[in-house]
Design a protein around this ligand. Structure first.
Ligand code: GDP
Ligand code: IMO
Ligand code: MG
Length: 425
């Protein structure tokens, strides 16, 4: 089967960008299926760093076609600045970028509404990226969204846009007390995107299904992570799309039967940005140490990421709902200096161990955790290219993860750079 899906197995920022870039070296196509410019996927090649938000992480490999699928919400301003950023690095996306005509657009009022809702501090403030993601998916679901295809018919695009601006300005002003957005300015700016992105627009579902028939090697790239999934994550502290592997089919218009492999990108510990439950979070010196060594600051917003030990109970849930057979373990090097390393192996409520991952916040906040401890390896992993050459303690850590989750650790990443990755046969 020619389609491999890459998913984040935790709360995002697992290192999807690095692994997708690496695997793209032997791919024909890389396709994104959900989310938008809330994502920040980092790729480092020979000390040169690239952060991608909308364009798939295969773009740095010449000859790879990159697809932005129908499930993605596209901010045309963010897209144009990313195309420009790549151009300045000598990468031309011409003839290599395809955008689904069914994808929805993020408009200035979506970003403003996102920020307005977040400005009301309450116990359910999510701590979004402020990129308009939630409001854009709300418009999609309430059937008022504006799609890429609408750009092609100027008159109808303008009518829809004006109607939405008037309606959303009312909400912004009357409910949130925000200044109304300038209707003429928005129409004038957004009408121009037709000319700018016309060359990339196509029926990407048809394109991908034809490629699947021709047995092309296709990598499907998820954004965010399973625990931020709107259905399966720590709701309401989630994003507004389905980062889990099932989202790949609806977000690209490809059948479930075309998917051959699902790889879960997993950090050797856990991080989370924004609010919401994080059972293994460390609000102490160890947490600070993980943040400092792992350089845990958001690639999109620059916010410090919350840090904690690896939560295997949550990871096993993620493996189950995604169908992950292979794990790519990233940032193992961040644990190099720790004397001991802990992992969470169970959740208890009132002295009873839970069988499945809890769905409600009060339970998630009341759980007691079971941990087991591993000896650290206390040495650098730099230059190690074979699994057998890893320190014994690191192998023990990885073996335990495999046994607990019933998934193989197939890739091990030991630095941000593409070249520092162990690939097991
Ligand atoms: P993504 O959103 O899943 O693509 O992940 P991000 O790019 O937001 O965050 C991952 C961060 O970890 C980036 O700064 C990467 O350069 C970095 N990174 C990826 N793999 C490794 C690794 O194995 N070791 C270290 N030290 N850093 C890594
Ligand atoms: P990548 O693809 C980590 C988080 C936000 C917030 C919640 C909802 O780089 O892994 P949103 O703006 O989506 O409405 O915010 O989800 N979040 C991410 N956290 N990595 C991401 O993407 C994220 N995208 C959104 O911090 O808690
Ligand atoms: Mg990220």
């Amino acid at each position: 089967m020619s389609v491999s899906v890459i998913v984040g197995s935790q709360w995002g920022d697992e290192g999807k960008g690095k692994i997708v870039d690496l695997l793209s070296q032997s791919a024909d196509i890389v396709a994104r299926y959900q989310g938008g410019a809330n994502a920040g996927h980092t790729i480092v090649i020979d000390d040169k760093k690239y952060i991608l938000h909308l364009i798939p992480s295969g773009i740095l490999n010449n000859g790879v076609i990159c697809v932005i699928g129908n499930g993605v919400v596209i901010d045309p301003v963010a897209l144009m600045s990313e195309i420009e950023m790549l151009k300045q690095h000598g990468i031309d996306v011409k003839d290599r970028l395809l955008i689904s005509h069914k994808a929805h657009l993020i408009m200035p009022y979506h970003k403003m509404l996102d920020q307005a809702r977040e400005s009301l501090t309450s116990s359910t403030t999510i701590g979004t990226t402020g990129r308009g993601i939630g409001p854009a998916y709300i418009d999609k679901a309430r059937r008022a969204g504006i799609r890429i295809v609408d750009l092609l018919d100027r008159k109808s695009f303008e009518d829809k846009l004006r109607k939405n601006i008037i309606e959303q300005n009312d909400i912004l002003n009357k409910i949130y007390g925000f200044t109304e957005l300038n209707e003429e300015e928005i129409v004038e700016t957004y009408i121009k995107f037709d000319n700018l992105i016309d060359e990339y627009i196509t029926d990407t579902s048809y394109y991908l299904n034809t490629a699947i028939k021709a047995d092309k090697n296709i990598i499907v790239e998820g954004a965010q992570g399973a625990l931020l999934d709107v259905d399966h994550g720590t709701y309401p502290f989630v994003t507004s799309s389905n980062p889990t592997s099932g989202g790949a089919c609806t977000g690209l218009g490809i059948p479930p039967t075309s998917i051959g492999k699902i790889i879960g990108i997993t950090k050797a510990y856990c991080t989370r940005v924004g609010n919401g439950p994080f059972p293994t979070e460390l609000n102490d010196e160890t947490g600070e140490q993980l943040r400092a060594i792992g350089a845990e600051f958001g690639a999109t917003t620059g916010r410090p990421r919350r840090c904690g030990w690896l939560d295997l109970f949550a990871l096993r849930y993620s493996v189950q709902i995604n169908g992950i057979s292979s794990i790519a373990m990233t940032k193992l090097d961040v644990l190099n200096d720790f004397e001991t390393i802990k992992v969470c192996t169970g959740y208890n409520v009132n002295g009873k161990s839970l069988r499945s991952f809890p769905v409600d916040i009060p339970t998630l906040e009341a759980i007691e955790l079971e941990y087991i401890e591993f000896d650290g390896w206390k040495q650098s992993l730099s230059g190690i290219t074979e699994y057998d050459k890893l320190p014994k303690q690191a192998q023990q850590y990885l073996s335990f993860i495999e046994k607990y989750t019933e998934a193989n650790v197939e890739y091990i990443s030991t630095s941000p750079d593409r070249k520092d990755t162990i690939i097991r046969a």
